[in-house]
Write a protein that binds this ligand. Structure first.
Ligand code: PLP
Length: 380
């Protein structure tokens, strides 16, 4: 046990001097909340970075998914297809709207939604005349899904795409930014994401009508009347100006953060990639992942130790690591949701581990993490 050693976190917030300046400027100008010049600027800056025309700053990525699905008319009795291998926030908003999530397996090549499973499900549902209202596709751990296959498939069947790029800001696929492949795209600025506003999210789209309506719904659906006239049920989902100011500072460093995360992935692979039974998350050569978290799988029949031995061994040294997402079709809360696919996501969950990948990770902490893993894996 080495409780005296500083804890190494998975992906902690990483602030620089500019964030402090932006934040204090917003503070001193008294543009605290709800809206203000930094929110407008942050929306424009994110949209410009990602290459989409419009964006709405929101309180969370979850709120962005909720509004996106509502804008697509998802409601009670509808089905929405969702990647099963993800965080629960991709699926929960489907349930807020009274619709049924239909969960789909991943492919081994990217760990993202398997386009073959998607095709089979769309074909079958089209034959029965029960096409889903939307697809929520996740760009997992900062790597874009296979949009060369997914976009034409969804176009063929007229199913709109909500791209959950919560983890993938700054990643690209075929030279285009993650978040720009869906009819709407979603980002999160939660504390563990590649850039953070402490909490926050954004909905992006080329469709101005949707984004204008998202802003309206996010501000309690107040009609422009002094006495507060209401036609729709709204939400309190707007990002505060103070937090948007923080986000502007973070965004200035996004490219550097992507480079740093990619360097961390490369360094782990260099240090551990030669060990039999250890595989790193495959990198699709058509894209450039932001490597939000460095993830690997361990085959205990080769290494003699399973993922939990590695995780608990790291924990003993005060180093945080986590299993890969537990697939949504294995969660009791979604046990009634239909599932299509095989055991890809399930096996990844059983064997996979996310390693400390913060952009502020110190070399000594990286070396310490690698050292613990090499000892546990008897790589001497
Ligand atoms: C973080 C995350 C979300 C939710 O974003 P919040 O801002 O925390 O609400 C949604 N989907 C995925 C895949 C995420 O990782």
């Amino acid at each position: 046990m080495s409780g005296h050693k500083d804890r190494v976190y998975l992906s902690p917030p990483h602030m620089n001097a500019r964030e402090r300046e932006f934040l204090l400027d917003a503070f001193d100008s008294n543009w605290i909340a709800p809206i203000g010049p930094d929110l407008n600027a942050f929306e424009q800056e994110v949209a410009a970075k990602v290459g989409v025309a419009h964006s709405a700053g929101l309180a969370s990525g979850t709120a962005a998914i909720h509004l996106a699905l509502q804008l697509l008319g998802v409601g009670s009795g509808d089905e929405v297809l969702v990647s099963s291998f993800t965080f629960a926030a991709s699926v929960n908003p489907v349930c807020y709207l009274g619709a049924t999530p239909v969960l789909l397996d991943s492919e081994r090549g990217t760990w993202n939604l398997d386009p073959n499973v998607l095709e089979t499900v769309l074909q079958n549902k089209a034959q029965k005349g029960t096409l889903p209202k939307a697809l929520v596709v996740v760009d997992l751990y900062g790597q874009a899904a296979d949009y060369d296959a997914i976009v034409p498939l969804c176009q063929r069947y007229g199913v709109p795409i909500v791209e959950d790029a919560a983890e993938a800001l700054g990643a690209t696929f075929q030279g285009k930014h993650a978040g720009s492949f869906g009819d709407m795209g979603v980002f999160s600025f939660n504390g563990n994401k590649i850039i953070t506003t402490s909490g926050g999210g954004m909905l992006v789209s080329d469709n101005e009508t949707w984004i204008t309506r998202a802003r309206h719904l996010a501000t309690q659906a107040r009609e422009p009347a002094a006495h507060y006239e209401h036609v729709d049920v709204g939400y309190n989902y707007r990002l505060s100006n103070l937090l948007a100011a923080l986000g502007r500072g973070q965004l200035e460093d996004l490219d550097a953060k992507v480079d740093k995360k990619r360097a961390i992935f490369a360094a782990y692979k260099e240090a551990l990639g030669h060990i039999d039974g250890i595989e790193f998350m495959p990198q699709d050569p058509r894209g450039r992942s932001n490597c939000w978290l460095t993830c690997l799988t361990v085959d205990p029949s080769i290494t003699g130790v399973d993922r939990e031995v590695l995780r608990l061994g790291l924990e003993d040294e005060n180093i945080e690591s986590r299993p890969l997402w537990k697939p949504m079709h294995l969660q009791s809360v979604f046990s009634k949701a239909p599932y299509f696919g095989g055991q890809v996501a399930e096996q990844l969950f059983e064997t996979g581990l996310c390693l400390p990948s913060g952009t502020s990770l110190k070399d000594e902490d990286f070396q310490r993490t690698v050292g613990v893993l090499r000892t546990l894996l008897r790589d001497t």
